[in-house]
Design a binder for this molecule. Structure first.
Ligand SMILES: Nc1ncnc2c1ncn2[C@@H]1O[C@H](COP(=O)(O)OP(=O)(O)OP(=O)(O)O)[C@@H](O)[C@H]1O
Ligand SMILES: [Mg+2]
Length: 300
């Protein structure tokens, strides 16, 4: 769908200060038909990357190449990309319907197509009941839903969603994820940013990860986890034994069992204690890291 080639972006903050490098030679390729998570902590450079991708700001160096399937020129390409901004700006005096009409007209859609697509997505995103209300009366989650409708109204091939799940309640997050899956099964490509790893793990097989403006990984999510272990062990015991081992590591009670996590360096000490106290072991294994552990603790 598109590729970043050594894209860098520097922002001048103060005349005297050195420019701030928000993106540093970021290169990756995003193939079509997938849901790809764009991960990174606050300030990692995700929104900057997205703004460059959408042509809102220019990179300081490097370039982005778009798949010819998206269009022949910039105007065709950008019409084929639906965008949900991180902080959507809405005209407070428009109604939801007027806003969808406005976005549809910007995309050169016919009135009939705007009505057909707008109604369809407003119903799917459960905002149809509020389309005749002014946007000033919409809640945060309602604006987010309307923003998603407007990103979809022109039936784009590629969807760029900047933090689509933030500001939604758990049910709303599930509904958005379901629609993302549905769109992907219809062949659309979705590139969405988030700093919530568990949300990304749920819907995408592929990720692009930034850390302080630098690319740390792009590709399959499983490749990232495969072969990675932590240097910690977990020992599961009957919870009645917890008093005897509670000093040996971090202990969590889980119903009739308790789970002791301790570093590899304490392995012999813990086992000696367990055998001295004659404790039955339910299980003992290396802690498998979560994606969160891998990115923020172990490193990729
Ligand atoms: N116009 C600008 N002028 C100066 N600095 C900027 C500008 N836009 C972004 N930055 C800086 O670039 C860095 C990356 O910002 P960006 O908004 O891309 O991060 P992000 O990954 O989207 O973070 P978040 O998860 O909080 O949305 C930040 O340090 C930010 O302050
Ligand atoms: Mg952002």
């Amino acid at each position: 769908m598109f590729s970043f080639h050594e894209v860098s972006k520097e922002f001048k903050t103060d005349f005297w200060e050195k420019p701030f490098r928000a993106l540093d030679k970021v290169s990756f390729n995003l193939s079509g038909g997938n849901i790809v998570g764009f991960l990174g902590a606050n300030g990692a450079g995700k929104t900057t990357g997205i703004k460059i991708l959408l042509g809102f700001i220019k990179p300081t160096s490097g370039k982005i190449e778009y798949d010819p399937a998206l269009g022949k020129n910039r105007s065709e390409i950008f019409k084929n990309i639906g965008y949900l901004p991180e902080r959507p700006y809405f005209y407070a005096d428009l109604t939801g319907r007027e806003f969808i009409n406005y976005i549809g007209q910007l995309n050169d859609l016919t009135k009939l197509d705007i009505k057909k697509n707008g109604d369809f997505w407003a119903k799917s995103l459960k905002i149809d009941f509020a389309l005749d209300r002014k946007l000033r009366f919409y809640s945060k989650g309602m604006l987010q839903r309307l923003g998603f409708v407007s990103a979809l109204v022109a039936d784009p091939m590629l969807l760029i969603l900047d933090e689509p799940l933030s500001g939604l309640d758990p049910l709303g997050r599930k509904e958005f994820k379901d629609i993302m899956n549905q769109l992907s099964s219809e062949g659309k490509t979705i590139f969405f940013s988030s700093h919530i790893l568990s949300d990304v793990e749920e819907v995408s097989r592929e990720v692009v990860i930034l850390e302080s403006g630098k690319l740390v990984h792009s590709g399959n999510l499983l490749d990232l986890v495969k072969g990675k272990t932590t240097d910690e062990y977990e020992l599961v015991l009957d919870s009645r034994e917890s008093e005897k081992i509670k000093e040996l590591g971090s202990l969590q009670e889980q119903g009739e069992f308790c789970r002791l996590v301790f570093p590899q360096s304490d392995f012999s000490r813990v086992l000696e204690q367990v055998s001295k106290e004659n404790i039955n072991i339910e299980s003992l294994k290396k802690v498998t890291p979560t994606l969160e552990d891998i990115i923020y603790r172990i490193g990729v």
